[in-house]
Design a binder for this molecule. Structure first.
Ligand code: T6T
Length: 330
């Protein structure tokens, strides 16, 4: 059964804006032809590749030019030089998934100083509350993303159910300071507080490296032979944890709740290695990011938060085309 989460908080305002912007069907009707840059967290991640596809679809519909430029790993040290290079090309707008809540603040201020509109997609800087007049990092014009606290809560509920509401679990996570994955862990832990039979062990940070996540799974399992489950808080954390479970010969015994939905998740769901996957809708994030940039640069107001949905996948619904259409592209 399709469990599309009822959080289509793409507001009526955004929907109207999208329709209004696209209704003319031509670049002239929609406004001036713009150059919009999309800087992902990293280039080789199916999540951002899918986001790029959505962004390109919107740019094509609006007659804008989209530039996709990113770093090979999820790291502010490699992302900031990419951002500097993009600022030097002076696009009209930058859509960026900042790889750190703090370290991207000053570099993004340079974009604003250069007269470039800044919108963050997927991740945020500061607190994520923009345009409030408070704090040093509220300057982005909008934040387009999944509700990541809710995503963590959904994962916790599903994992609790899969392990019969008792036993030890842990979160396989990227690194502290990443807004999305911090929020997923927060949501997971807050939900687990209500599950008194479940003990949440210390989080394992893998630097977005699936091999590290796999070996951490095996170490946690060696220390806790009664480990009941793991929550992989993003694609590489989840895929790595699942492969650690498989290598340990514990498939089906240690339950896996995965965030993100690369194509390879299908066989893992069907084999029972992974119990459920929370697919984000990255194509929507890219699409509405471009629409928002286009709108604000054409004098329209835009919502400061644009929320996109989730689709929860498991072995019972993955063959439904209304579910599988949310698998990420590679
Ligand atoms: O989970 C996504 C994204 O939302 C997160 O910010 C970073 O990791 C991913 O790109 C998946 O690898």
């Amino acid at each position: 059964m399709l469990k599309a989460i009822g959080m289509k908080v793409i507001t009526a305002a955004v929907a109207a804006l999208a329709i209004g912007a696209l209704a003319g069907g031509t670049a002239e009707a929609a406004g001036k032809k713009l150059t919009i840059a999309l800087i992902p967290g990293l280039t080789t991640d199916a999540f951002y590749i899918t986001m790029h596809k959505g962004a390109q679809a919107a740019a094509d519909a609006l007659g804008d030019t989209l530039v996709f430029q990113g770093a090979p790993d999820f790291n502010p040290v490699t992302q900031v030089p990419v951002l500097d290079a993009v600022i030097a090309r002076h696009p009209d707008a930058i859509l960026i998934a900042p790889t750190d809540k703090v370290q991207l603040v000053q570099p993004l201020k340079k974009a604003v100083a250069a007269g470039i509109a800044v919108i963050t997609v997927d991740t945020f800087i500061g607190t994520g509350h923009y345009q409030t007049g408070a704090g040093e990092a509220d300057f982005p014009l909008s934040y387009v993303a999944s509700d990541n606290v809710l995503g963590g809560q959904i994962a916790a509920r599903a994992l609790a159910k899969a392990i019969g509401d008792k036993g030890k679990v842990y979160v396989s996570n990227v690194k502290p300071g990443v807004s999305t994955t911090d929020q997923r862990e927060e949501g997971f832990k807050s939900e687990m507080k209500g599950h008194t039979g479940i003990t949440v062990l210390e989080t394992q940070f893998n630097d977005d490296d699936a091999n590290k996540a796999a070996s951490q799974l095996q170490s946690v399992l060696a220390r806790n032979p009664d480990l009941a489950g793991v929550f992989g808080a993003n694609l590489f954390s989840a895929m790595g944890a699942a492969s650690g479970v498989k290598q340990a010969g514990s498939a089906g015994k240690v339950k896996v709740a995965a965030f993100d939905a690369p194509g390879s998740i299908v066989k893992d769901l069907k084999s029972g290695l992974v119990d459920m996957a929370i697919a984000q809708h990255p194509s929507e994030i890219g699409y509405f990011g471009v629409i928002a940039a286009h709108a604000i640069l054409n004098g329209q107001s835009i919502p400061v938060n644009i929320g996109t949905g989730f689709t929860v996948m498991d072995k019972n619904n993955i063959d439904d085309p209304n579910v599988s259409k949310y698998l990420y592209v590679e």
